[in-house]
Design a protein around this ligand. Structure first.
Ligand code: MG
Length: 159
């Protein structure tokens, strides 16, 4: 049995924060604001995986009121989510898109894909990026957003 999932996240771009996307620190004059490292791409991927598995979202799993997750490395959280989802499912593939006006993300994609694949134990991870042609909050450089989908396959022997 196959199950698909969808995830979305957005974080505000501010000065004085590191920009981390897909577990990669990207040189930029601004970074994403959040309780954790605010890695919007990883957050979208985690919600896609949890959704496909029929589990509650990351806000439920890692509350932003919990001091344990302050400044958390989202890749570690993805590792935890993948372990949880992996109890019943194999991750077939993950696809994603980042909505970002600047900086250019293309040079960082191979490393993002490597980090994400390693963390979720799935060789089929895809990351894409698009600008929004200067429109919306992403286009104005006020935020960076991400969307993700995934496919899970139920492992044999599950009830
Ligand atoms: Mg988030």
């Amino acid at each position: 049995m196959y199950r698909s999932g969808i995830g979305y996240d957005t974080h505000i771009l501010v000065e004085g924060r590191a920009l981390i996307l897909g577990g990669v620190r990207i040189p930029h004059d601004k970074g994403l604001l959040g309780h954790s490292d605010a890695d919007a791409l990883v957050h979208a991927i985690m919600d896609a995986l949890l959704g496909a598995a029929g589990l509650p979202d990351i806000g439920h799993l890692f509350p932003n009121t919990d001091p344990r997750y302050e400044g958390a490395d989202s890749i570690q959280l993805l590792r935890e989510v993948s372990r949880k989802v992996g109890e019943r499912f194999e991750i077939v593939n993950i696809d994603s898109v980042i909505l970002c006006e600047a900086p250019k993300l293309k040079p960082h994609m191979p490393l993002m894909i490597e980090r994400l694949s390693e963390a979720c134990g799935c060789p089929n991870v895809n990351v894409k990026a698009t600008t929004t042609e200067g429109m919306n909050d992403e286009g104005a450089g006020r935020c960076i957003s991400a969307q993700a989908t995934c496919m899970l396959r139920e492992k044999r022997g599950n009830p």
